[in-house]
Design a protein around this ligand. Structure first.
Ligand code: THU
Length: 160
């Protein structure tokens, strides 16, 4: 038997270390979170992407009384970006969550498994990494590539 070990590296940053461009993304994701349709969970997630053409787009979670029919903020945003600009890479995705009082949640919230699957396939599709920033009240986690969040992904290659 052999044991393989997988290691991921990510940066832990503070808000004061965010660049102007990252602050613009945060503003956009925060505004989007205030527009979340989350009457069931009251968990308001905002996401914003910076595209290779300079565009910033944002989105938020959309819930539904038939629970699985809703969609997370990350997928709303990335699908929107890919629908609008199918050939333009998503360079950075920033995600944040607001609590009921409109404050950032203390801990950065990581994307769910289904979102990680979609984000990683988006990287395959665009043939370049998508940087992911998870923003909490006290710290920002930065992943150089969405695939860092999903080792051993199931990809289209498995279907060949
Ligand atoms: N949610 C997101 O928008 N992104 C995630 O990565 C995790 C969960 C949403 C889905 C649902 O509307 C609410 O948060 C609670 O799960």
């Amino acid at each position: 038997m052999k044991i393989n070990e997988l290691k991921i590296c990510y940066k832990v940053r503070s808000h004061s270390e965010l660049s102007q461009e990252e602050l613009s993304l945060l503003k956009s994701a925060t505004e989007a979170a205030t527009k979340a349709y989350a009457p069931y969970s009251h968990f308001r997630v905002g996401a914003a992407v910076k595209l290779a053409n300079g565009e910033i787009l944002s989105g938020c979670n959309q819930e539904n009384a038939a629970f699985p029919s809703g969609l997370c903020a990350e997928r709303v945003t990335v699908f929107y970006a890919n629908a609008k600009f199918p050939d333009i890479a998503v360079e950075t995705l920033l995600i944040t969550v607001l609590d009921e009082a409109g404050e950032y949640r203390k801990n950065p919230v990581p994307p769910c498994g289904a979102c990680r699957q979609v984000l990683t396939e988006t990287e395959f599709r665009q043939k370049q990494p998508m940087r992911v920033l998870l923003v909490g009240k006290d710290e920002v986690l930065e992943f150089a590539s969405a695939s860092d969040l999903l080792p051993l992904i199931f990809s289209g290659n498995e279907l060949l």
